[in-house]
Design a protein around this ligand. Sequence first.
Ligand SMILES: NC(=O)c1ccc[n+]([C@@H]2O[C@H](COP(=O)([O-])OP(=O)(O)OC[C@H]3O[C@@H](n4cnc5c(N)ncnc54)[C@H](OP(=O)(O)O)[C@@H]3O)[C@@H](O)[C@H]2O)c1
Length: 251
Amino acid sequence: MNIAIITGASSGIGVEFFKEMQKEALDEVWVIARRESKLKEICQSYGALPYKIIPMDITTRESMKELSSLLEEYKPDIRFLFNNAGFGIIGNLDEADYNEQGKMVELNVRALTEITTIALRYMTKGACIINTCSIASFVPNARMSVYSATKAYVMSFTKSLRYELRKRKINVTAICPGPMATEFLDVAGIDKGVSKTFDTLPYCDPKKTAKKGIKAAKRGRCVYTPRGFYKFYRVLAKILPHSWLLGASKT
Ligand SMILES: NC(=O)c1ccc[n+]([C@@H]2O[C@H](COP(=O)([O-])OP(=O)(O)OC[C@H]3O[C@@H](n4cnc5c(N)ncnc54)[C@H](OP(=O)(O)O)[C@@H]3O)[C@@H](O)[C@H]2O)c1
């Protein structure tokens, strides 16, 4: 049974990944998020292929056991794994809630790592792992220190894992969007006027980003960055000192 697994499929770019998967030769699409009602709504609205709704908080120990058991039971061939669930918080760390910052690391880093490790046992030649990363992985953003660090982890993990999986012909891609108008902004506390960066930067379209990101992954690319503006920023980040770029950005 050929399947795709999408974490964070209940909103934002995760919904676009789900829509794109309907065009693939898959037997089922497995969707994961905490809000079961939202997952049902999305699957009923856009699901042309059979789907499996897996409501879970992927930061919990039980969820990883549950996912492992499901995979053990069905023994699917995972053709696409989207490690997409993630969140950020804006603000200075010395004013932050330590619990929330820790949760961010658990979701963006630990859950992504654990799911990939579990899923790899069920992946074969030609499969794709697609990690939703961020432009924050190119240069860290002040007032989003932990978030940026989690995305730097995702980038580093993507680069080394794809090398490790070359022989198995499994591709790993990091999709690195700039800001997108999704629930991410509300969760992060980014209202208008809170961040000059988010107020002035060009926004990325989740639909286009998902479509082009998947195309890049299928072509075996390591990184996909939408928009010329952010492609250029990625080049700058390789040339200019990060201390300079950090100072120049008005987060
Ligand atoms: N929007 C941006 O500006 C932006 C820019 C660059 C990168 N990104 C990255 O894009 C990815 C998707 O974000 P988005 O913009 O689409 O935001 P979003 O609409 O807030 O989507 C986040 C998804 O993650 C799920 N999620 C959150 N906590 C979870 C948990 N503990 N267990 C399982 N699922 C969980 C949410 O569903 P439930 O609430 O139902 O659990 C939701 O489906 C994230 O990794 C984010 O870092 C976003």
